[in-house]
Design a protein around this ligand. Structure first.
Ligand code: ZN
Length: 284
């Protein structure tokens, strides 16, 4: 979850997809030997004996789907990582809770799930809940189409985008109800790649469709990589075009990258999303 340069950046759809893949690989079909939920609403929940069906991502939401021993009840452990949340996996060979004295007792721990061999620890997660899997849609109904999902509906994204023609295009890209998964890093990077100035509105961008497609493609590309790289050069310090690079020369034209805080976030967005990085030479 740790991002570089700009302190901790919010996990985006690619980060959460990567996390879901990693957790799914370790947990799928595993039986939970012990669970501990340290949130008031679920403090007494006990999923001991339940089996992990799968771990999936939808936008920035992580969904761990579990089924009870009879196979009749299905629950989803839903989490949203927001700014600082993480799920970490600790190897526990022979079932000895090796990390108990350290990570598991931290004040920020919100959940511990033990399987034969692993402890999965959720830390600093502001949003964590259990709900019947069939009710997942109540949490996700406001999310726009997710380019990482097989049912991704491009036309629906464009419809939602054009419903607010006066919005800044960059703001709409961040709006999870338009398209799910894009956070501030990918927003800044895709505006650069498309040569779009961050003050351009949807209506002012004749090729907004192409920007949407580029955003979806960038999300798919970075989700498939071990970490986020937009330039094609994975070396540290060369992996991004503009994000976190204020006053450094543009990799294309040499102009100084600008960091601006001019209201480029979506309503209710975290302050870090109001910050946009762009190249005044390449983005008109
Ligand atoms: Zn430039």
């Amino acid at each position: 979850m740790l991002d570089h340069r700009f302190g901790r950046a919010m996990p985006e759809g690619d980060t959460v997809a990567r996390l879901a893949r990693s957790l799914d690989a370790r947990l799928r079909d595993s039986v939970l030997l012990h669970t501990d939920f340290r949130v008031p609403a679920h403090a007494t929940a006990d999923l001991t004996g339940w089996q992990v069906h799968e771990v999936a991502a939808r936008g920035k939401h992580l969904l761990m789907r579990v089924v009870d021993p009879s196979g009749e009840r299905r629950l989803t452990i839903h989490s949203h990582l927001r700014m600082d949340g993480s799920w970490r996996v600790y190897a526990e060979p022979s079932g000895v809770p090796a990390a108990r004295g350290r990570a598991h007792t931290r004040a920020g721990v919100r959940a511990v799930l033990r399987t034969d061999g692993f402890a999965v620890v959720g830390e600093d997660i502001s949003e964590l809940r259990l709900l019947p899997t069939r009710e997942e849609h109540t949490l996700l109904s406001r999310l726009g189409p997710d380019p990482l999902h097989p049912d991704y509906n491009r036309d629906e994204v464009l419809r939602r985008l054009r419903a607010r023609p006066d919005a800044l295009l960059g703001t709409s890209l961040l709006d999870q109800s338009v398209m799910a998964g894009i956070g501030n890093v990918l927003r800044c990077e895709v505006l650069f790649l498309c040569g779009i100035h961050p003050r351009r509105t949807v209506a002012d961008t004749p090729d907004a469709d192409a920007v949407v497609d580029a955003a979806a493609e960038l999300l798919r590309t970075t989700a498939a990589l071990p970490w986020r790289v937009t330039t094609g050069d994975a070396r540290r310090g060369r992996d991004l075009w503009v994000y976190g690079r204020q006053r450094q020369p543009c990799r294309r034209c040499g102009a100084g990258i600008v960091r601006s805080t001019s209201g480029a976030g979506s309503p209710g967005a975290h302050d870090s999303e109001r910050i946009v990085f762009f190249c005044p030479g390449c983005q008109r």
